[in-house]
Design a protein around this ligand. Sequence first.
Ligand SMILES: [Zn+2]
Length: 285
Amino acid sequence: MPELPEVESVRRRLAPVLEGRSLDHVEISDARLTRPDDPDLVARELEGEQVAAVDRRGKYLIVRFESERALLVHLRMTGSFRHGPEGALPEDPHRRAVVRLDDRSDVAYRDVRRFGTWLLLEPGELEPYLDARVGPEPLEAAFTAKELGKRLASRKAPIKATILDQRTLAGVGNIYADEALWRARIHPLREARSLEPTEVRALHKAIRKALEVGIARQGSTLRDYALPDGGSGGMQHEFKVYGRAGEPCERCGTPIEKIRIAGRGTWYCPACQPSPLDLAGRRPA
Ligand SMILES: [Zn+2]
């Protein structure tokens, strides 16, 4: 699933394409994309809207219109965009929507697994919708180590599950959770509330670093992720632990192990990221 770095990379490519343009014609061919709203009705409502800005919040893309309405897009598993001159995009059996812009170019939305969503929100609806679903942006200055610590303090769940919860912080998914925990040398099964202040600070720094490296590489190309110009990201070549079971940890050489946490494959270094049981044995109660 695209996470913050992937969605941010898409946003950076989509913004110059969309900003200032009007939506001349919109075709939505998959009712799942807009349900429970009727796809044709949503398409008619979008026509004539002029794009003011393309923003991101967590894993959501936000197309803000001059009318102060917003189209909230979630790519879920396999959603992606393609941009090209009018009529020039190749046939695609997984195309779910096409937006024709007033500069005679097309933005197409493709989604193999069809879990992605488009939600048209009226003025004033966006902020409450997002506030109910996503916590702070991890790369913003307001997200301090202290703020992270507050959000972990009462949580008994494993730290990995806690940082995957979008209400703890926005945008971290399975890949960047594993990468951040490795960087912070924290075992993914540690109880969130058991982290020492120094560990919280290390994790805060590690989350930011993992996300920043991901953005610098324009995301990771796994499954169907692609940028709007058809290009791909390179982060998959830089993973420290994700998907690397049996390969040596780059810090200590110990083979990376894989376990499952909350149903998600989880990779970590058993030497650099000591298990909660080992820590319990070593520390006075
Ligand atoms: Zn290691």
